[in-house]
Design a protein around this ligand. Structure first.
Ligand code: NAD
Length: 497
């Protein structure tokens, strides 16, 4: 069965018969197909979003809030069905996708309230007969381009604040996970037609048109750094604002005072959640040398106890990777590290009991060096490379040693170390003793090559508002226009009478 694209409040056929096949990563079977949207389809969606914008921006905040709360309520009612769909197309364990639906609903509730409460401000005017206002306005049509690893959550982080701010949106899901997003149409169907549009298709067709069209006014993108750079370059001639949430290479520093009963499963969880296909996955672990051997021994034991299997099975801890090329990248990085002296203490191979599906065993690597790709480039697969450090200065230097700056984690109760870590490590989010916990009110985003702009929190809605300053004089008195030059100089004391 081929799903349709969703434009102007209804499912419509694409102008092309070409399709994108959706594959179950646990079995490698084709589970569905969706239209490979065209430039013409994209233009239709852009037209619908522009037509809906004037009336959507003037819907009173209280009413917008009700409509966004309704999105959250409908999502909660359909969460199980959507979570199963997402597991079939992306592979994550069902329990993690149930969480994703819950977090997404909470995001719509959060921005329903933030949107109705935050406004511009009145600032001091120059004279008593004047008023100076700072207004916050929507941009217009926002292109929301979303990756596959948390497609519903990351779509919600864009769409909820964009709508709350008065914009209309076009959502382009990844071609790996188009189904769960298309099914979201029935959750948006109480909104006025055209306020939300969903179009599936290739990044360099639908995505490029969304970025380069003069009729979209902001691009909110989450994905790889290389595609983010391309989008920024494509948007530059139009001076169109781009909001970029990109890749990472997050470090985790474990100090010797850490309770290993907490730190070992904590690091493993931060490194293996969603088969380590999280932008803020722990990709490098630095452990103080005095506890290094004990830490790695316990990590190997822990990782070997995890059950690898299809995400749909309730017993699965670690699911398959999303696609074969991503697994091939992991295999190449591990192979390269081993060739340059690293040692595999657990995993390092495809699980022999699972010949089909894009599985890779959770892997522990030691003997890793800063120059290896596995310690510098995003891996995005279930490998935990662990290196020792001696001093905290060295730990901070290592934490900062990549071109990325998305998140960073620390386990310690040493307050001095905590303060140094959050002041000196260049990353958009710092987690101390509680890895990867997000909070709708806490801004999220990257530094360095991990992106620009922030999602979530009050910063998250500001990304979708433009600022306008109004200077209003109601005295109707003559002000200084073309002031006679000599008079001016005399009055200002430049020329003595
Ligand atoms: P990707 O960059 O390949 O694709 C992301 C989206 O961009 C997809 O919808 C894709 O179709 C689209 N796209 C591709 N080429 C395009 C183009 N030329 N123009 C416009 N759109 C285009 O990323 P992915 O593989 O889907 O996701 C994984 C990456 O996303 C990882 O690097 C991960 O770290 C990153 N990520 C970042 C965050 C964050 O918040 N910083 C969150 C999740 C994932």
């Amino acid at each position: 069965m081929i799903e349709s694209i969703w434009i102007n409040g209804e499912f419509v056929d694409s102008t092309s018969d070409e399709v994108i096949e959706v594959i179950n990563p646990a079995t490698e079977e084709i589970v569905h197909s969706v239209p490979a949207g065209t430039v013409e389809d994209t233009c239709r969606a852009i037209e619908a979003a522009n037509a809906a914008f004037p009336s959507w921006r003037s819907v009173p905040g209280v009413e917008k809030a009700e409509l966004l709360h309704e999105v959250a309520t409908k999502l909660r009612a359909k969460a199980e069905k959507l979570a199963v769909t997402l597991t079939l197309e992306e592979g994550k364990p069902l329990i993690e996708n149930r969480d994703e639906m819950g977090w997404s609903a909470a995001c719509f509730d959060y921005y329903a309230e933030i949107g109705r409460h935050s406004r511009g401000r009145v600032i001091p005017s120059i004279e008593a007969s004047q008023l100076s206002l700072v207004l916050k306005e929507p941009y217009g049509v926002v292109a929301c381009i979303v990756p596959w690893n948390y497609p519903i959550l990351l779509m919600s982080w864009k769409v909820a604040p964009a709508l709350a701010a008065g914009n209309t949106v076009i959502i382009k899901p990844s071609s790996i996970t188009p189904l769960s997003t298309l099914r979201f149409a029935e959750i948006f169907d109480h909104l006025p037609p055209g306020v939300v549009n969903i179009i599936t298709g290739a990044g360099d067709v639908v995505g490029d048109e969304l970025v380069t069209s003069p009729d979209t006014h902001l691009v909110a993108f989450t994905g790889s750094t290389v595609v983010g750079q391309r989008i920024a370059a494509l948007a530059a001639p139009l001076v169109k604002k781009v909001h970029l949430e990109l890749g990472g290479k997050d470090p985790f520093v474990v100090c010797e005072d850490a309770d290993l009963g907490v730190a070992v499963p904590g690091v493993a969880w931060a490194a293996l959640l969603n088969t380590r296909q999280v932008c803020t996955s722990t990709e490098r672990v630095y452990v103080q040398r005095s506890i290094f051997d004990e830490f790695t021994t316990r990590m190997v034991e822990y990782v070997k106890s995890l059950r690898v299997g299809p995400g749909i099975e309730p017993t699965t801890d670690v699911g398959p990777m999303a696609r074969a090329p991503y697994r091939a990248k992991v295999e190449a990085q591990v192979e390269d590290a081993v060739a340059r002296g690293a040692r595999v203490l657990a995993g390092g191979r495809r699980p022999p009991q699972l010949p089909r599906g894009f599985y890779y065993e959770p892997t522990v690597l030691v003997g890793v060096k800063p120059a290896m790709d596995i310690m510098r480039e995003e891996t995005f697969g279930p490998v935990i490379p662990i290196a020792p450090y001696d001093t905290f200065d060295e730990a901070i230097e290592l934490a900062n040693s990549t071109t990325y700056g998305l998140g960073a984690n620390l386990y310690t109760h040493n307050a001095l170390y905590v303060k140094r870590f959050y002041e000196e490590v260049k990353a958009g989010t710092i987690w101390i003793n509680d890895p990867l916990t997000d909070n709708d009110a806490g801004p999220f985003g990257g530094m360095k090559l991990s992106g620009m702009g922030r999602e979530l929190g009050e910063e998250g809605i500001e990304e979708f508002r433009e600022t306008k300053h109004i200077h209003w004089d109601f005295s109707m008195e003559k002000k200084v226009w073309w002031y006679p030059y000599e008079e001016y100089n005399k009055e200002s004391g430049y020329i003595e009478e």
